[in-house]
Ligand binder design. Structure first.
Ligand code: GLU
Length: 306
């Protein structure tokens, strides 16, 4: 019998609402600190197009680091395996904005989902695209099936003004020759990609290509190859949750990615994507309620990649 995902989602959503909402909205990007901390949305979309949402699932929020997955997909498809000369695929075991490993690793970031890695990806975008911002927006529109997706200029400016660490990392990697463009241009692109806003509904739809071997369901459009989709999912599983990636894999059992805007996207290859948004973050920088919701969701569905 087909599982009733809507019922499971409603039940788990209601249960999580009764529990204390712990954690803290990040304030190092001042614009993000203004978001209502009790916002809570969930959206599920499967490969057949069936979709179900709960709570604030249609409200747009700042996807932040989740955009690193779109940027990686775009660059990996264009550059191929050559990409891995500039960024590695190992979990870092440190915070997303940590600088400590860059010296020992000669300016090669541990993976594309920590800030250093995403900054290198932005540098590559500047090299290979005429208009990287517009090309990335067009890419996200295509995978999300939307006519328009926007940057939040206020959020981007707010992060730019507080980008001392990102500037330090970019300059440091440039000293090793792993950044080619001017650091300011790299950071500007990085902050704009972080500021993209999508709702849980849009997010759960926009990741379907990764659950579908790189192809947008219902179309012939291969965003990335099957092999590349497998590899990106592998990096999501091992590196998608900062220094809590092992814990997410252990508790939830799906590849996924979080962002400091409080969003989490997780996917079950060949089946579905599920997006959760709740702005309060735990001490590792992942959405407190998002983690709890997904742990309970895969417990009740009894489905995981394992
Ligand atoms: N814009 C954020 C930063 O660089 C992204 C962090 C995140 O979502 O992990 O601090």
């Amino acid at each position: 019998m087909k599982k009733d995902y809507s019922q499971i989602i409603s039940r788990v959503y209601a249960d999580i609402l009764t529990r204390e909402n712990c954690g803290k909205v990040p304030d190092y990007i001042p614009e993000l600190a203004c978001i209502g901390e009790n916002k809570f949305g969930v959206s599920f979309t499967d490969l057949s197009g069936f979709s179900y949402g709960a709570g604030d699932c249609s409200e747009k929020f700042s996807v932040q680091s989740i955009s690193k997955v779109f940027a990686l997909s775009f660059v990996y498809e264009k550059l191929g395996e050559e990409l891995w000369q500039r960024v590695d695929v190992e979990p870092s075991g440190t915070a997303f904005n940590s600088l400590v490993q860059l010296e020992a690793d000669h300016g090669i970031p541990r993976n594309p989902f920590i800030n250093a890695g995403a900054l290198v990806i932005c540098d590559i975008l500047l090299e290979i695209c005429k208009d990287p911002k517009q090309e990335m927006l067009a890419f996200i529109c295509a995978v999300a099936g939307e006519d328009s997706v926007f940057f939040n200029e206020k959020v981007a400016a707010s992060e730019m003004q507080n980008s001392y660490r990102n500037a330090a990392m970019t300059n440091y990697m440039k000293s090793f020759g792993n950044i080619k463009s001017q650091p300011d241009a790299v950071i500007d692109l990085y902050c704009h990609l972080c500021s993209i806003e999508l709702s849980c509904r849009q997010l759960s739809k926009s990741f379907l290509y990764l659950a579908n071997g790189g192809r947008i369901p219902g179309s012939e459009t291969h965003v990335i190859s099957i092999s590349k989709a497998k590899r990106i999912n592998a990096i999501l599983l091992t590196c998608g949750f900062y220094d809590e990636s092992g814990e997410f894999s252990f508790l939830v059992g799906l590849p996924g990615k979080s962002g400091v805007g409080g969003g989490i996207i997780a996917l079950y290859p060949e089946h579905y994507c599920i997006a959760v948004w709740s702005p309060k973050l735990n001490e590792k920088g992942n959405s407190y309620r998002g983690m709890k919701f997904l742990e309970e969701f895969t417990t009740q569905t009894a489905e995981s990649i394992f």
